[in-house]
Design a protein around this ligand. Structure first.
Ligand code: ADP
Ligand code: MG
Length: 256
């Protein structure tokens, strides 16, 4: 039984569902197979092939800071694939930062429109809480990289849930589309993910672009996540497209 929608992405809708027999609550991620199959992910594979491969691995993972995947339901005759996971009732770190910054939303908008940039304000979460979340995330990444040989590829506050114990849990594995296919998208559309890309990820297909080490790009994204949690904003400002963003990352100092 569906209770409500928890989140929506480009390929997926996440629903809160109740098992009518046991009354247990689960989060079910419903993904459109057609959309995933039509998205190329390199080496003759589609995003769907990548999702399936990675989900098989994910099903074997067992770590308190990684989303627990109960079941994958993939009926050949159906248009959707369903991932049944634990429900993270406290939402995501992205939600927590957004809630804190809601009070500044309209004054910030007005200040931006009127060019009063020095009046724009953002706040982060409490450092003592962030410290604990960060320890959880380092444990999760250590397990992914060194034990399970998995790269997350889309680490950001919206992909980090909080469980009933208040611990950080990595979600959204294996569904990150390939950077190569996103090259033409504008930042406005994909702002959330681009801001966490390591500079070498913009070089795919170019000289030096084949030496991308997945583990390092996850760590970079975790670093940007840390900055975002502390300050409520991204370390990079003023980019309108991925190329500008790459230049800003390579050429400007971070303001702490
Ligand atoms: N297990 C869960 N419990 C609670 N909320 C969730 C859960 N999984 C996802 N969500 C919510 O749904 C959103 C989208 O889910 P996600 O797995 O990140 O999909 P997408 O690939 O579309 O980004 C998340 O940012 C979060 O707000
Ligand atoms: Mg996500």
């Amino acid at each position: 039984m569906i209770i409500k929608t928890l989140g929506k992405g480009s390929f997926a809708t996440v629903l809160l569902c109740k098992d009518t027999q046991t009354h247990e609550l689960f989060a079910i991620k419903k993904m459109n197979k057609k959309a995933l199959k039509s998205k190329k992910a390199g080496k003759g594979k589609s995003a769907y092939d990548c999702v399936i491969e990675e989900l098989k691995l994910l099903k074997r993972l067992e770590h308190p800071n990684i989303i627990w995947l109960h079941e994958i339901i993939d009926d050949q005759k159906k248009d959707h694939i369903y991932l049944v996971t634990e429900w993270l009732q406290k939402g995501t770190l992205g939600d927590l930062v957004a809630v804190k910054n809601r009070v500044f939303e309209s004054p910030n908008k007005a200040a931006k429109e009127e060019g009063r940039d020095d009046e724009i304000r953002f706040v982060g979460l409490a450092p003592n809480k962030i410290r604990l979340y960060f320890i959880d995330l380092l444990k999760a990444l250590y397990y992914c990289h060194k034990v399970a040989n998995i790269i997350h590829r889309d680490i950001k506050p919206e992909n980090i849930g909080i469980n009933h114990n208040g611990e950080a849990v990595l979600i959204d594995f294996g569904v990150s589309a390939d950077v190569e296919n996103r090259k033409d998208d504008t930042l406005e559309q994909n702002m959330g993910s681009y801001m966490f890309f390591a500079p070498e990820m913009f070089l795919r297909g170019q000289e030096g672009g084949n030496e991308i080490k997945g583990e390092r790009t996850d760590l970079w994204a975790l670093g940007i996540t840390l900055y975002f949690l502390l300050s409520g904003q991204y370390p990079w400002h003023g980019a309108k497209n991925p190329l500008q963003l790459k230049n800003i990352i390579l050429e400007t100092d971070i303001d702490f």
